[in-house]
Design a protein around this ligand. Structure first.
Ligand SMILES: [Zn+2]
Length: 329
């Protein structure tokens, strides 16, 4: 038995060696754009995360302890970064290795640090979700500085506000005037967002059709719906059908809901004809491996052609953000 194994190995060895010597160089990693990344400070004690944990939403009771936002009951949970430096080093290494560009929102200091390391691979964004965040004048000044290229993440849903609420109109008007694309959170809220951290959160305010008045008031505003309006796919399709410039990203849902559900949602958007308007996004938070976790969904999607994958991972974002494809070569 042992001898015959040796013979097989000896017979195969020359072939393996020559295959190694003549193997073509691995082709360069094609560029990827992640349109939904949060730059946040690391905070101690953040638990590990099990991807696709929202496949199970256990029933609870208001008189019992609240449901946990995350779940850690899986074989290999993703570890949270323990410091800002660990977070930065990990993300920047992945950005380089996977030839990524990221649209980034959140802590201005962290965004500047990342930009110092990664330059044009970091596209800064600034969001307003309520008039209490900052005045229209301060927001317009920030956009006019030229540092911020994107308005996002705008998340009025957490305040129980419609994106078409007039209290936000001045901010959108500024973005329209300055030709700044806007990303608006619509949809996902996990299991019990209204019970846990955001009592004003309303599922109904995530209805993509609520964008219609805003879009009508600002015909030059370029809007993408973050989280693709999950789970209201019919209304998402109706809105995109009526408004030819609206795109979506698939951030957040891609690593939180069950993989069957994520794939069904993405497939539905593609089969409805919107493969050219879906952008890749992670909703990267404090767990750096969310990048690879999210990419695995696209890479393993047997219902997408290679061309459709490249559209989602890169081409659609280049078109939406009016980037120069030559700069990625
Ligand atoms: Zn969001």
């Amino acid at each position: 038995m042992r001898k015959s194994l040796c013979i097989v190995v000896l017979l195969l060895l020359p072939g393996l060696l020559s295959a190694q010597l003549t193997a073509p160089k691995k082709s360069a990693q094609l560029p990827i754009i992640d349109v939904h990344v949060h730059a946040m400070k690391a905070s101690p004690g953040v638990p590990p995360l099990c991807p696709w944990f929202l496949r199970n939403m256990p029933g609870g009771d208001p008189n019992s302890p609240p449901p946990s936002f995350l779940s850690t009951g899986c074989a290999i949970p993703l570890q949270a970064a323990h410091s800002d430096k660990e977070m930065q080093d990990s993300i920047m290494a992945t950005v380089k290795r996977l030839n990524m560009t990221m649209v980034v929102y959140g802590d201005a200091g962290i965004i500047r640090n990342w930009k110092k390391v990664a330059g044009d691979r970091i596209i800064p964004g600034i969001g307003v979700s309520s008039p209490k965040d900052m005045s229209v004048v301060a927001f317009t000044d920030s956009l006019s500085s030229g540092f911020y290229k994107v308005m996002g993440e705008v998340a009025p849903q957490y305040q129980g506000l419609s994106p078409s609420d007039m209290s936000l109109d001045g901010y959108f008007a500024a973005a329209e005037k300055l030709n700044i694309p806007v990303g608006i959170h619509m949809g996902t809220g996990g299991n019990g967002m209204a019970n846990l951290t955001s009592p004003k959160y309303r599922a109904s305010m995530g209805d993509p059709l609520l964008l219609e008045d805003l879009l009508a008031r600002h015909p030059k505003l370029k809007v993408w719906v973050m989280h693709a309006g999950y789970p209201l796919v019919d209304n998402m399709i109706a809105l995109m059908g009526a408004n030819a410039y609206v795109y979506v990203d698939i951030a957040g849902l891609i690593w939180s809901y069950s993989q069957v559900e994520v794939n069904a949602y993405l497939k539905r958007l593609v089969q409805a004809g919107f493969g050219k308007r879906i952008m890749y996004g992670t909703d990267m938070l404090i767990w750096p491996k969310l990048i690879e976790t999210s990419l695995s969904i696209i890479e393993n999607a047997d219902y997408l052609s290679e061309e459709q994958k490249r559209d989602i991972l890169f081409n659609n974002a280049v078109r939406f953000f009016r980037l120069d494809p030559e700069k990625f070569k």
